[in-house]
Write a protein that binds this ligand. Sequence first.
Ligand SMILES: *[C@@H]1O[C@H](CO)[C@@H](O)[C@H](O)[C@H]1NC(C)=O
Ligand SMILES: *[C@@H]1O[C@H](CO)[C@@H](O)[C@H](O)[C@H]1NC(C)=O
Ligand SMILES: *[C@@H]1O[C@H](CO)[C@@H](O)[C@H](O)[C@H]1NC(C)=O
Ligand SMILES: *[C@@H]1O[C@H](CO)[C@@H](O)[C@H](O)[C@H]1NC(C)=O
Ligand SMILES: *[C@@H]1O[C@H](CO)[C@@H](O)[C@H](O)[C@H]1NC(C)=O
Ligand SMILES: *[C@@H]1O[C@H](CO)[C@@H](O)[C@H](O)[C@H]1NC(C)=O
Length: 193
Amino acid sequence: MCRQRLFTTLLVCLTGLSFIFSEPVNHSIDDTLGDSATGQRPIYLPVTGVWKDNTCTSCSLRPPTPSAFKGTYTSATYYPYLKNISITFEFTGTAIYIFFVLANAPPPGVGATTAVNFTLDGSIMGTFNHSPNRSAPAFQFNESALVFSQTGLENISHQMVISTAGNEQIFVDFDYALYTCAFSLTYYVGILN
Ligand SMILES: *[C@@H]1O[C@H](CO)[C@@H](O)[C@H](O)[C@H]1NC(C)=O
Ligand SMILES: *[C@@H]1O[C@H](CO)[C@@H](O)[C@H](O)[C@H]1NC(C)=O
Ligand SMILES: *[C@@H]1O[C@H](CO)[C@@H](O)[C@H](O)[C@H]1NC(C)=O
Ligand SMILES: *[C@@H]1O[C@H](CO)[C@@H](O)[C@H](O)[C@H]1NC(C)=O
Ligand SMILES: *[C@@H]1O[C@H](CO)[C@@H](O)[C@H](O)[C@H]1NC(C)=O
Ligand SMILES: *[C@@H]1O[C@H](CO)[C@@H](O)[C@H](O)[C@H]1NC(C)=O
């Protein structure tokens, strides 16, 4: 859903001309709280046993919660026996940006490589890979963990599927996505005294 923010920018009384337009705005899709406009939450597969939220105390990798968007994230460790894990959400807008939490300082023996594919409206549109980087902070958030972006989309409803398959152990930690609601412009021409 694309809820618009309206601005009356100019009201020229002499001519009775008024412009009302809505600027493009970003809405967020939080891993836990869902879409800031509709409340719709992402779907995590498999449904049980694999995906954990930031309250997980038994997880080997525990990024600091206050550094995450809205203080939440949802993570999983993929093992080959799982075959495929995924996150699915929908949005209506013209651009999409996806932010993960990336790990750089795993305890010995803990896998922290991140690898995912991005399938937009049924087509693979991108892939992302990150190996722990000892020169970087222990965890990366926000702009330094932007894993996918796509602009110039048609202003319709889109489906994003983020998935991991294959033969490696992989760490996936979804924090949030932003999507851009399209610009629209309306002119009102009225007669004022
Ligand atoms: C939406 O967020 C992205 C990523 O942070 C940013 O590059 C873009 O300028 C934002 N768009 C709007 C309309 O605020
Ligand atoms: C990431 O952004 C959120 C919300 O904008 C902020 O609360 C958090 O502190 C940021 N994290 C880092 C590590 O900058
Ligand atoms: C993984 O699951 C997603 C969601 O069901 C699907 O779109 C994707 O094609 C699957 N990938 C593989 C390699 O099976
Ligand atoms: C590792 O992190 C450092 C510091 O942030 C950065 O300069 C470097 O490019 C990173 N290396 C890779 C391979 O991403
Ligand atoms: C991404 O998709 C390609 C092609 O289907 C596949 O070979 C690769 O294993 C996938 N990567 C992940 C991390 O699932
Ligand atoms: C984009 O779609 C939304 C939701 O359908 C609509 O409110 C908005 O006016 C549209 N913007 C443009 C430029 O067509």
